[in-house]
Design a protein around this ligand. Structure first.
Ligand SMILES: C[S@@+](CC[C@H](N)C(=O)[O-])C[C@H]1O[C@@H](n2cnc3c(N)ncnc32)[C@H](O)[C@@H]1O
Length: 341
C-alpha cells in the first residue's frame, strides 16, 4: 500500500478551485448539449460550437480526468451520466447552480475571506459597494440565473417536504422569500385544498407566474411583491420560509419573524426550512454546511444555525419551536415548526 506524501491533502484543497472552473467552462460553452447524447469526436464538437479544436480537446480531457467524460478511440468523447446534469434541458440539471456559484458575484467575496474572518464583515458589500440582493436587483440576467440556481437547489426539498409534514390541515400558505415558487408549487400540487403565494421582491419572483402556469396552478397560486422587512400580509395560516433565515443576522431575522408573527393567526404555524448545524464540528462531518456558513459570511452577512440558535431566535421573535422533521439525509434540510406564543 502506498501512502500519500505529506501535503497531499493541502495541495488537493488548494488546487480545488480549478475543477470548479473546468465545470464552469463546460457549462458556459454548452459542451454537454453539443454532444446531443452520443459519443462525438472533439473536432466535430469544436466545429459545432465554433471553438478551436486544440483547446476544446484539452477541456474535454480535463473533464475526462475529473471523471465526467470518457475518451474513446479515434478522438471520440462520451458524456458520462453525472456530466449529463450540465445539460440545460435535463430534469435534474444543475447547470444554473454551476453557472451561479462560480460567477464572480459569488466568488469575489471569497477572495477576501481572511478579511471577513478578521472583521466579521460581509466582504461582498465592500467589493460591490452594496449588499448582494441590491446588486442582483440591478442585474436582471444574473437575477434570473440566481433564481434558477435556487430552484435547482430546492428540488430535493420540493420532492420530499410534501410527505414529511401535514400541509393539508392548513388553508393557505405564504412562502416568504419563495423565489420562483418551486417549493410552493410542489406543496400545492400535493394538497389540492390549499392555496398559496410567494412573497418576494419583483426580481426574486419574476419567474414564479410561469412556474405556476406550467403546473396548472394559476387559480391557487399568486405572487405578493414586497419587502419582507417592511410588511408580511395576513390571510395565510401557514408561513413557510426556506433558505432565508441563513441569509441574515439575528437582528435582521427577528425583524422578518416579528412581522410573520404579527400576521399569523393564533392557530397558524411558521415552518423554517433550513439545514441545522450540529453543536460541534465532529470528525466525519460533510464540509458543505460549514462552507455554506462561510458563504453566508462573505456574501450576505448571514450564518448557518444550530438547533439552539433557531430556538433562541424564535423565542425572541414571539414563537416557540414545537417540532423538527428531518428530510432524508441526502436532502440535508429540516422542517422546523414554530407556533406563535
Ligand atoms: C436564498 S434565496 C431563497 C429562495 C427560495 N426560498 C429557495 O429556497 O429556493 C433568497 C430569496 O430572498 C429574496 N429576498 C431577498 N431580500 C428580500 C426582501 N428584502 N424582501 C423580499 N424578498 C427578498 C430573494 O429575492 C430570494 O428569492
Amino acid at each position: 500500500m502506498t501512502t500519500a506524501p505529506p501535503g497531499t491533502q493541502l495541495r488537493q484543497l488548494t488546487f480545488g478551485f480549478m475543477p470548479a472552473y473546468v465545470v464552469r467552462a463546460a457549462a458556459q460553452l454548452g459542451i454537454v448539449d453539443a454532444f446531443a447524447g452520443v459519443p462525438r469526436p472533439a473536432k466535430e464538437v469544436a466545429a459545432e460550437l465554433g471553438l478551436p479544436v486544440d483547446s476544446t480537446r484539452r477541456l474535454l480531457r480535463a473533464l475526462t480526468a475529473l471523471g465526467l467524460f470518457a475518451e474513446q478511440q479515434d478522438d471520440h468523447f462520451e458524456v458520462l451520466p453525472e456530466a449529463d446534469l450540465l445539460g440545460r434541458e435535463h430534469p435534474a440539471s444543475v447547470q444554473a447552480i454551476v453557472a451561479m456559484f462560480t460567477d464572480p458575484l459569488m466568488t469575489r467575496g471569497w477572495e477576501e475571506l481572511a478579511t471577513a474572518v478578521r472583521t466579521g464583515h460581509t466582504t461582498f458589500d465592500d467589493i460591490f459597494g452594496q449588499p448582494f440582493f441590491d446588486q442582483l436587483a440591478e442585474e436582471p440576467v444574473k437575477s434570473a440565473l440566481f433564481n434558477a440556481s435556487m430552484s435547482e437547489a430546492t428540488r430535493g426539498v420540493a420532492a420530499t417536504a410534501p410527505s414529511a409534514y401535514d400541509f393539508g390541515r392548513f388553508t393557505s400558505v405564504l412562502d416568504i422569500g419563495g423565489g420562483d415558487g418551486t417549493l410552493l408549487t410542489a406543496i400545492l400540487q400535493a394538497n389540492p385544498n390549499l392555496r398559496g403565494a410567494v412573497l418576494d421582491s419583483a426580481e426574486g419572483a419574476a419567474q414564479a407566474p410561469a412556474r405556476y402556469a406550467e403546473a396548472g396552478l394559476t387559480d391557487r397560486a399568486t405572487v405578493v411583491t414586497g419587502d419582507f422587512f417592511d410588511a408580511i400580509p395576513d390571510g395565510y395560516d401557514l408561513h413557510l420560509i426556506k433558505s432565508i433565515i441563513h441569509d441574515w443576522s439575528d437582528d435582521r431575522c427577528e425583524q422578518i419573524l416579528r412581522l410573520s408573527r404579527a400576521a399569523i393567526p393564533a392557530d397558524g404555524r411558521l415552518v423554517i426550512v433550513e439545514p441545522i448545524l450540529p453543536d460541534r464540528a465532529e470528525p466525519g462531518l460533510r464540509p458543505g454546511l460549514y462552507l455554506s456558513d462561510l458563504n453566508m459570511l462573505v456574501n450576505v452577512g448571514g450564518r448557518e444555525r444550530t438547533r439552539a440558535d433557531f430556538d433562541a431566535l424564535l423565542q425572541r421573535s414571539g414563537f416557540s419551536l414545537t417540532a423538527i422533521h428531518a428530510l432524508p439525509p441526502e436532502v440535508g434540510f429540516w422542517l422546523i415548526e414554530a407556533t406563535p406564543v
